[in-house]
Design a protein around this ligand. Structure first.
Ligand SMILES: Nc1ncnc2c1ncn2[C@@H]1O[C@H](COP(=O)(O)OP(=O)(O)O)[C@@H](O)[C@H]1O
Ligand SMILES: [Mg+2]
Length: 149
């Protein structure tokens, strides 16, 4: 596990080195920790307050899904760059039951738990890039990227 404080993120960015933070997810408290660390990383990269909140919300939804459906997993937060701006990459992964129908899971208003959260379609709207790989019975990995505005 690599734990990164803000000063380290700043130095790494200046040196062109990407930072990586692993947050184990198994409880509601871990969801809060992941949200916090995502917020700190986005702020450090100079994200606007609004974009920071959107990213933190996406991280919460993904972490909550891990707790709800897989029991445990992890959130990996990384600084990243495209050709002209920095961004945050979030990988939410678990070895839980997987998603039987990704198409259905991405449908607005679809939930197997009756929850009223933003859900995966909401996460998709909050970020710039969104990808799900899920093998039924093997686990789920959701990767999202949000670029600094
Ligand atoms: N990590 C996951 N592992 C297994 N199934 C998942 C996972 N994330 C989401 N799902 C499935 O996809 C559905 C849609 O997820 P989501 O859009 O977050 O809605 P909600 O969590 O409110 O049900 C869930 O009801 C669940 O069946
Ligand atoms: Mg959900």
């Amino acid at each position: 596990m690599i734990l990164v404080g803000n000063a380290v993120v700043e130095r790494n960015l200046a040196a062109g080195v990407e930072s990586e933070i692993h947050v184990p997810i198994a409880s509601d408290q871990d969801v809060v920790v992941a949200r916090h660390k995502g917020r700190a990383l986005a702020t450090e990269l100079g994200f606007s307050g609004r974009d920071t909140t959107l990213l933190a919300t996406a991280i919460s939804e993904l972490a909550r899904n891990i707790v709800s459906y897989a029991g445990r997993g992890e959130i990996v937060l990384r600084t990243t760059h495209n050709s002209d701006r920095p961004g945050v990459m979030v990988v939410a992964r678990d070895k839980g039951p997987g998603i039987a129908s990704i198409e259905q899971a991405l449908r607005e208003g679809y939930s197997t738990s009756g929850s009223l959260g933003l859900g995966l379609p909401g996460v998709r709207r909050l970020v710039d890039e969104f990808e799900i790989v899920s093998e039924f019975g093997e686990g789920t990995t959701v990767t999202v990227r949000k670029w600094k505005g």
